[in-house]
Design a protein around this ligand. Structure first.
Ligand SMILES: Cc1cc2nc3c(=O)[nH]c(=O)nc-3n(C[C@H](O)[C@H](O)[C@H](O)COP(=O)(O)OP(=O)(O)OC[C@H]3O[C@@H](n4cnc5c(N)ncnc54)[C@H](O)[C@@H]3O)c2cc1C
Length: 399
């Protein structure tokens, strides 16, 4: 296949792998560059709601993901102080007839492995590991992309470059150096727990959220229920980039002390070991996502707080819309127009999700009388709180 049907993607995370599949599905040859030597088991749980699971299902991943993911019955909002349930919001057809696709919880590594297996099996996709995007320049045909692996440099001429290289994107750094991730003042601590080590009353098929003062905990089953993913969000000033800095268990235990935190929440924290932490950085809403034949996708363009559980979902949606916009395009001018259209189509929705994630975080971390008012409102609204999420979950791609 010639230059006019070749697209280079930098980054084989969830967004880059999905985009490789959606673009190959439109007849493009895809060169997928990933700086890591191996797609390792880094990271922990991800939530994939129907707005994204339907795209993965259409890519033929339904049975592979059903085998490793769980579909929780509900999200339970709990009081940090008492452990009481404030509201239980049901998923699924019984609660929402529109839920024709699952709400999955799963390990990031399982999703990445399922996508990578499909990518490796696709004859039009070349996954190149240990290749770091280095620079891009424009040419008559589109772009010249240079990547590096050790001392070796490689050059690709292509119709377009997609920067799916995460929140610390090198593609974005070259194109829009003024757009920098900002530290949110929040730190996520995460661990997974062997479910067999937990007492029965601490095991649940729900996604559980304990809402506390300036902190919250999210827990849900992953790896087919064999492990529980736990993420504890706290305020702080530690702000190093990266996903996997080791965390001291005594430090996290001290953050979740009595009487602000109930025995059950503290017991869950106490059962976890191997804590990792990452500082939460975000990109500003909007911004510029494309320039000529280069566009950004996923966290590279809109890294967001995880409090709407849509970081991976928005990257997957981006991949579907990007492929629709580029469908049938075979020259550089049209590619540049298609990439602008992709950004125009995506930005309003992604901006709304970014704002929702910020608002959710503020609500989760309320204290004093405002927290009491929130708890009363949650008890009163109950399942109706789920209706407020439908605009996120009910989105479907055009093809
Ligand atoms: C190692 C890791 C662990 C994570 N763990 C969690 C988690 O536990 N929970 C959670 O909610 N979110 C996690 N995330 C983030 C989550 O995956 C993303 O928010 C979401 O899936 C959007 O994905 P993305 O593809 O846009 O970016 P990412 O998932 O960040 O993927 C970007 C990819 O680009 C690669 N890359 C970066 N620079 C270059 C370069 N110059 N050249 C080539 N490749 C490059 C990276 O190695 C990575 O594979 C993690 C991300 C990573 C990279």
């Amino acid at each position: 296949m010639g230059v006019e049907r070749t697209i280079v993607i930098a980054g084989a995370g969830i967004g880059g792998l999905t985009a490789a599949l959606t673009l190959a599905g439109k007849g493009f040859r895809v060169v997928l560059l990933e700086k890591a030597e191996r797609l390792e088991e880094v990271g922990a749980g991800l939530q994939i709601s129907p707005n994204a699971s339907h795209i993965l299902a259409k890519l033929g991943l339904r049975s592979a993901l059903d085998a490793v993911a769980l579909a929780p019955e509900a999200v339970s909002m709990l009081s940090a102080r008492t452990g009481d349930t404030l509201a239980r919001l049901k998923f699924g057809a019984e609660a929402q007839p529109r839920d024709d696709y699952p709400y999955w919880v799963l390990h990031r590594a399982d999703l990445q492995a399922a996508l990578a297996a499909q990518v490796r099996a696709h004859p039009a996709i070349e996954l190149q590991l240990g290749r770091r995007f280095d620079e891009v320049s424009s040419c008559d045909d589109g772009v010249i992309v240079v990547d590096r692996g050790g001392f070796d440099r490689c050059q690709h001429t292509a119709l377009a470059l997609i920067g799916a290289d995460g929140i610390w994107s090198a593609v974005r750094q070259q194109l829009f150096p003024q757009a920098q991730p900002r530290f949110s003042g929040l730190i996520a601590w995460r661990s997974t727990i062997d479910a067999a080590r937990l007492p029965a009353d601490l095991i649940s098929k729900d996604v559980r959220l304990w809402l506390g003062e300036n902190a919250h905990i999210v827990a849900y089953p992953i790896s087919g229920g064999r492990r529980v993913n736990i993420v504890a969000i706290v305020a702080g000033s530690w702000n190093r980039p990266g996903w996997s800095a080791p965390g001291d268990p005594s430090e996290i235990m001290a953050q979740f002390a009595e009487p602000l935190w109930s025995a059950s929440a503290r017991q869950l924290i106490g059962c976890a070991d191997g804590w990792r932490r990452w500082a939460l950085f975000t990109m500003a809403d909007g911004g510029v996502w494309s320039q000529g034949s280069v566009a950004l996708l996923g966290d590279a363009s809109h890294g967001m707080l995880p409090f709407a559980a849509q970081g991976a979902g928005m990257a997957i949606e981006d991949a579907a819309v990007l492929a629709s916009c580029l469908d049938g395009v075979s020259n550089a001018d049209h590619a540049a127009q298609a990439l602008q259209r992709y950004a125009r189509l995506r930005q309003p929705r992604v901006g709304r999700v970014q704002a929702t994630a910020r608002r959710n975080g503020a609500i989760y971390h309320l204290h004093g009388p405002m927290a009491l008012a929130r708890d009363v409102a949650m008890r009163l609204l109950g399942q109706r709180l789920m209706a407020r999420q439908r605009w996120i979950y009910d989105w479907r791609s055009e093809d």
